[in-house]
Design a protein around this ligand. Structure first.
Ligand SMILES: NC(=O)c1ccc[n+]([C@@H]2O[C@H](COP(=O)([O-])OP(=O)(O)OC[C@H]3O[C@@H](n4cnc5c(N)ncnc54)[C@H](O)[C@@H]3O)[C@@H](O)[C@H]2O)c1
Length: 379
């Protein structure tokens, strides 16, 4: 059993999700590598109480540089606001540590390019970007179908991530709604990488984009009960002419990321329509994968109840439903697997690579230009 000693930078929502998943390592009995969190960095001068759950943490610091100087730390998970990605991700690599960094992997394209330059200088390190939804069993099954070439010619792909987290105009502003911390991409920086992961892993390449971005709620309450400008994009719809290199044909790919989507709580979806098979999956009905195969005759949509069919074998019985924290667990298992073994266990059970994160930045930067010019922009 290989043990990888981790430092965690950022103790908020995702820092805790990651740590909690690491504590559940015994859930994956066949994984031959396990994480141990030995160091934590956050902004608070004292370690937040929740982290007392981890008796293995021997270093707490509010300076990420001291965590990176800790020789015991072999790999680092970083979950901090976007304006800090470039500095902390690059410093992690320069310190010789493996990195699992949160999306969007830099606040903008120049930041992502700077991180990629560090990645190039340290090709011995495993560097991946977080994105967990492809690890849901329904999406893994779609990945298997893509690998087996069951779709025929791809006709159309729709991917999206719909929230209603910002529907309430009186929700106070936070860093995710402020350009200086979240970035010009707005909702695309927050949710965009999630909806690109499967298409990019399939090798589908957007050639151009027409984007419509909306800033619906233009001011929000602040901590002092005043109202302040809220300038980030709330919703984004992107239509891309996309090349499938395996057929040489192009198809329309429609991406939607919305923080103001009435009726939605947290809905990540994937639809692929092909000449031989089509699929529809959404996280709000995560157990159900809808599939239609066409070989002549009637077109009949079927529903598969996926249960717990996971890339990394779990102790949970195969009939039981899967959830968000299970997807996080599978994602870090994928990171650890790649760290130990190199290639992912399956093509669609791999974490986002730096080149895929960079491609997402090129797409989102083109989307900003498309919105500004009100025209199609080529990548
Ligand atoms: N994969 C996902 O599903 C998912 C979901 C939400 C957020 N995210 C991403 O995770 C990252 C963090 O988001 P979050 O929701 O956890 O935010 P959060 O606000 O809950 O937590 C951010 C943490 O960063 C810490 N921090 C800020 N400045 C720091 C510094 N200089 N040094 C060390 N720590 C510092 C804060 O103390 C806080 O603990 C972002 O990149 C975000 O896009 C990913």
């Amino acid at each position: 059993m290989r043990i990888v000693k981790f430092g965690v930078v950022g103790s908020g929502l995702m820092g805790r999700e990651f740590a909690s998943a690491a504590a559940r390592r015994c859930h994956l009995p066949e994984l031959d590598v396990r994480p141990e969190i030995v160091a934590l960095c956050s902004r608070s001068p004292v370690m937040p109480a929740w982290w007392q759950n981890f008796s293995g943490i021997r270093q707490y610091t509010d300076d990420y540089r001291s965590l990176l100087a800790n020789p015991e730390v072999e790999a680092v998970y970083v979950a901090v606001p976007h304006h800090l990605h470039r500095e902390i991700y690059s410093a992690t690599l320069e310190a010789g540590k493996h990195l699992l960094g949160e999306k969007p992997f830099g606040i903008d394209l120049p930041a992502c390019e700077a991180i990629l330059a560090s990645v190039k200088r340290h090709s011995n390190l495993v560097v991946r970007c977080s994105s967990e939804f492809p690890f849901f069993p329904g999406v893994q099954r779609v990945g298997d179908m893509l690998e087996a070439g069951l779709f025929g010619q791809i006709l159309e792909v729709n991917t999206g991530f719909l929230h209603s987290s910002d529907l309430d105009p009186n929700k106070p502003i936070n860093w995710k709604r402020m350009i200086e911390f979240n970035g010009e991409y707005g909702v695309l920086g927050d949710l965009g990488m999630h909806v690109c992961h499967i298409p990019f892993r399939a090798g589908w390449t957007p050639q151009n984009v027409r984007a419509i971005l909306s800033n619906v709620i233009k001011e929000r309450p602040d901590a002092r009960n005043g109202r302040v400008p809220c300038l980030t994009w709330d919703n984004a719809t992107l239509l891309c002419q996309t090349l499938d290199p395996s057929s040489g044909e192009t198809f329309p790919w429609l991406l939607k990321t919305q923080r103001i989507a009435p009726g939605q709580k947290n809905n990540w979806y994937l639809e692929i329509y092909g000449t031989r098979s089509s699929v529809r999956w959404r996280s709000s009905r995560a157990d159900i994968l809808k599939v239609m195969s066409y070989n002549g005759g009637e077109q009949v949509w079927g529903e598969i109840q996926m249960g717990h069919e996971t890339a990394f074998k779990s102790i949970t019985g195969g009939i039981f439903q899967f959830g968000f924290s299970d997807a996080i667990l599978q994602m870090w298992a994928a990171f650890l697997y790649e760290l130990k073994h190199g290639p992912p266990v399956k093509r669609f059970a791999g974490c986002v690579r730096p080149d895929e994160a960079l491609l997402s930045h090129r797409l989102f930067t083109a989307a900003l230009a498309s919105q500004k010019k009100n025209e199609v922009v080529w990548l």
